[in-house]
Design a protein around this ligand. Structure first.
Ligand code: R1P
Length: 327
């Protein structure tokens, strides 16, 4: 049911507690893929209707999804989800591939949100979006809250919002193949994909409300999703032939309003734009490290920002009218 999809409570098998957040969550690990009989090689589902990698089935994932990379971030933000009005506990499961889904009710509303760990990289975002799409009926809204490299001076610790779009920066293997690659660019930059404008506006205004520094705590621009944390983000190494010494400079020259390097947003926005109007998507990321001066946020600051931005992202999802996914 739209926006109020009820997750079926599962029998708790493993109690999880982390020092960061003592939660009332319970989790269950789904069976490993080798122990599950799958059917349909085109889109594998097990006999319970669970997807191959995310491990979810209908009724467990909300139409409104907050995608985070890190399991500890998901655990921290689960504080904003409450049990269901009928007394069913917040739903939590971890798939054999390490994806987690936590579904509960937000505030005093009957609106549900699922927090899904997307792990890292383009293929994992692809698994999450496609397999969530397969088990959710009706329109969906997805917001990613990640961390990123901050590209503009003075943006360490700010929330960087790709309101102007997101490009893919990826390695071009052909350029590295013997003499055949001569003259080819070792890295390619795609054209930008855009977030859903209303969902992105919701996200910006909620961030403005929840961030300690308000508008000063965020910066909008273009995000660069990369296919490697290392070579395609211009981190140099003597161990590999990467030809990336000038990559950051090249990116900044071609995209002067580039604000961030991370590894998933492009796939989310690209798939949403190819979802035939059924998925609205937006994203933001915390500037964890500033590339130009090599500075990192402290772990304490990071948790504070994760909490503030996570609350904003959940409220942006709740406030989004799911009948408006189509542009
Ligand atoms: C790399 O350290 C990871 O952190 C960033 C990148 O996109 C990549 O996934 O995001 P998350 O903190 O959401 O994982």
């Amino acid at each position: 049911m739209e926006g109020t999809a009820r997750a079926r409570a599962v029998r708790p098998l493993v109690a999880r507690r982390t020092p960061r957040s003592r939660s009332r969550l319970v989790s269950r690990c789904s069976l490993g893929s080798k122990e599950r009989q799958m059917k349909d090689a085109n889109f594998p589902l097990d006999m319970e209707g669970r997807t191959f990698h995310l491990g979810s089935r209908k009724g467990e994932v909300s139409n409104r999804i907050l995608s985070v990379g890190d399991a500890a971030r998901a655990q921290l933000l689960s504080q904003f989800l409450k049990p269901f009005p009928n007394g069913d506990p917040v739903f939590n499961m971890v798939s054999s591939r390490g994806f987690s889904v936590t579904t509960g009710v937000v505030g005093d509303s009957d609106t549900t949100v699922s927090i899904v760990t997307t792990l890292m990289g383009l293929p994992n975002m692809d698994f999450v979006v496609r397999e969530a799409r397969a088990v959710v009926d009706g329109p969906m809204a997805v917001v990613r809250l990640g961390t990123c490299g901050a590209l503009q001076p003075g943006t360490l610790g700010k929330i960087l919002v790709p309101a102007e779009g997101c490009v893919l920066v990826h390695r071009n293997p052909d350029a590295f193949i013997d003499s055949e690659g001569e003259g080819l660019s070792p890295y390619l930059i795609s054209r930008p994909v855009l977030p859903h404008p209303t969902l992105c506006d919701n996200l910006v205004s909620e961030l403005q409300n929840t961030l300690p520094a308000g508008l000063d705590g965020l910066r909008c621009g273009i995000n660069c999703t990369t296919d490697s944390f290392y070579s395609s983000q211009g981190r140099t190494s003597n161990a590999f032939d990467d030809r990336n010494e000038n990559l950051v400079q090249q990116v900044m020259e071609e995209i002067p309003n580039a604000v961030s390097f991370e590894m998933e947003t492009f796939q989310l926005l690209h798939l949403a734009s190819c979802s035939k109007g059924t998925i609205a998507a937006a994203a933001c990321a915390i500037g964890l490290a500033e590339r130009a001066n090599n500075e990192f946020m402290s772990p304490k600051q990071l948790v504070e920002m994760e909490e503030a931005a996570g609350k904003a992202a959940i409220d942006a999802l709740v406030g989004f009218d799911l009948s408006k996914t189509e542009l």
